[in-house]
Design a protein around this ligand. Structure first.
Ligand code: BES
Ligand code: MN
Ligand code: ZN
Length: 487
């Protein structure tokens, strides 16, 4: 979806014109038959409502759409405006219309609010039809352009920032949507190298032999059952003060999780192509930060492996030595995400020495039992960091809910043969997973772990996404960077 600002009157009149309408506040100057039609259709200007009808203007038939934006004073005003934009694209994406003009003249929206409408419209219009060669004509998306008119000064600049965000979210969705025969550790790296080229991001890649030399036995133990070699992808953005310690975002990138020898049941296993959603969110965030030239130093680290069962796969009961030197008894080869993250985090601390670490991972099914698909779980050793991330979640819509960490949970992963085991008892599974990761976090290092298993994939359309990959995490981290690192 391209978004274009137009200042001069168009050469030919638009066929489809939308207006943003506040709740119970039909704008002046609209044809009475449209007003009557909207009322009859119970259009009240609530967020997400759309009414459209045809009128004759200056001898042309014009389709006019009204998109509800709710109460002007609502606390979630920007979210409501996003929904208005999103509802318009959802309505017209496959309608046969190719362009939609949104006329902001006569609204009181400021530049930031206009950009919110456009962000919603853009994000809701994303889909990935690469492999659908037989879509019927009337199912194909037609809407490809949104033309903005009557917007206040500064709207284009506000949109430029949000467009960077949209591109990051879209890149994450692409990585998450691609199947595991297309996106595996090496091709994940290649896709990032291609997309990030020319943005100013520095890319470094560690292959399996380098990781072996570094002693990353936990991460490599997961990869050893796969013919696809593991990679560690490091993306560096230095847009802040030179010498300032960076913030590290670390992502779980299991490009497919069969469970390994502790193999998962067949039903639904295809979902495990999106077990790289944490790494995908990190990559998308790096793209956004670079595109909008964020004034911050950030390093994105992705631990990339495929978890497969074969003759060389690790077995339940195997003991592996992590890069930290700590040993791990692998009770369940399906608890592989923490094995990947622990070495990625150790490497990040040793090599980058960041100011803080935020990791993102589709780590546990248990977090979906706890929080469903409304919040990701956050675990942290630092109240300020947890608070800033939670606030960024509320502001961005990528919501977080904090869980506890405590020695009593930590004890549950002690092992009789090694320093720890990789699973605890069934109850509290998301917390013992977080405790496991915390054992690799250096003393004094502010750290937050986000368990995003319930958030990266949606079975039904939401406000600003269609069903499928949501791009969760990019908006959250971008908002955290804006408010905490740049603010
Ligand atoms: N990738 C899964 C977690 C997951 C499950 C993400 C469903 C999204 C949807 C993770 O690697 C896993 O298998 N976790 C196990 C841990 C268990 C063996 C302790 C789980 O949650 O069942
Ligand atoms: Mn698993
Ligand atoms: Zn997994």
């Amino acid at each position: 979806m391209q978004i274009r600002f137009r200042d001069a009157p168009a050469a030919s009149p638009a066929r489809l014109i939308a207006q943003i309408v506040d709740q119970d506040a039909m704008p002046a100057g609209i044809e009475p038959e449209l007003v009557a039609g909207a009322r009859t259709s119970r259009f009240a200007g609530k967020p997400g409502q759309v009414f459209d009808g045809f009128v004759s203007r200056g001898g042309n038939v014009v389709r006019v759409a009204l998109a509800g934006a709710g109460e002007p004073g609502a606390k979630s005003r920007l979210a409501s405006l996003e929904r208005a934009g999103a509802a318009l694209t959802a309505r017209f994406l496959t309608s046969g219309e190719t362009a939609l003009e949104i006329d902001f003249a006569g609204t009181s929206l400021n530049a930031e609010q206009v950009a919110a409408v456009l962000l919603g419209a853009r994000l809701r219009g994303w889909r990935y039809d690469l492999y659908r060669t037989k879509l019927a004509d009337d199912q194909k998306p037609t809407l490809s352009e949104i033309v903005v008119t009557g917007a206040p000064a500064g709207s284009d600049a506000a949109w430029a920032t949000e467009e960077a965000l949209a591109q990051g979210v879209e890149f994450t969705r692409e990585l998450v949507t691609e199947p595991a025969n297309i996106i595996y550790p090496e091709s994940f790296v290649a896709r990032c190298q291609k997309r990030l080229a020319g943005t100013g991001i520095d890319i470094r890649v560690l292959d399996d032999t380098e990781m072996k030399t570094l002693g990353m036995g936990a991460l490599l133990g997961v990869a050893q059952g796969s013919v696809k070699p593991a990679r560690l992808l490091v993306m560096t953005w230095n847009g802040g003060t030179a010498g300032d310690k960076p913030t590290a975002f670390v992502g779980k990138g299991v490009t497919f999780d069969t469970g390994g020898i502790s193999i998962k049941p067949a039903a639904g296993m295809e979902d495990m192509k999106w077990d790289m959603g944490g790494a995908g969110a990190v990559a998308g965030t790096m793209l956004t930060l670079a595109l909008r030239k964020a004034k911050c130093n950030v390093v994105g680290v992705c631990g990339l492996v495929e978890n497969m069962p074969d003759g060389n796969a690790q077995r339940p009961g195997d003991v592996v030595t992590s890069m930290s030197g700590q040993t791990i008894e692998v009770i369940n080869t399906d608890a592989e995400g923490r094995l990947v993250l622990c070495d990625a985090i150790t490497w990040t601390q040793k090599e980058i020495a960041p100011a803080r670490i935020v990791d993102l991972a589709t780590l546990t099914g248990a977090i979906m039992i706890s929080l469903g698909t409304e919040h990701a779980g956050i675990f942290s050793n630092d109240d300020a960091l947890a608070g800033a991330l939670t606030a960024a979640g509320l502001a961005s819509g990528d919501k977080l809910w904090r869980f506890p960490l405590a020695p009593a949970y930590d004890k549950l992963i002690d092992s009789p043969i090694a320093d720890m085991k990789n699973v605890g008892p069934r109850y509290g599974g998301s917390i013992t997973a977080a405790q496991f990761i915390q054992r690799f976090v250096d003393k004094g290092m502010p750290w937050a772990h986000l368990d995003i298993a319930g958030m990266v994939w949606a079975d039904s359309a939401g406000a600003t996404w269609d069903k499928g990959a949501t791009g969760y995490g990019v908006r959250l981290l971008d908002r955290f960077v804006r408010d905490t690192l740049e603010g």
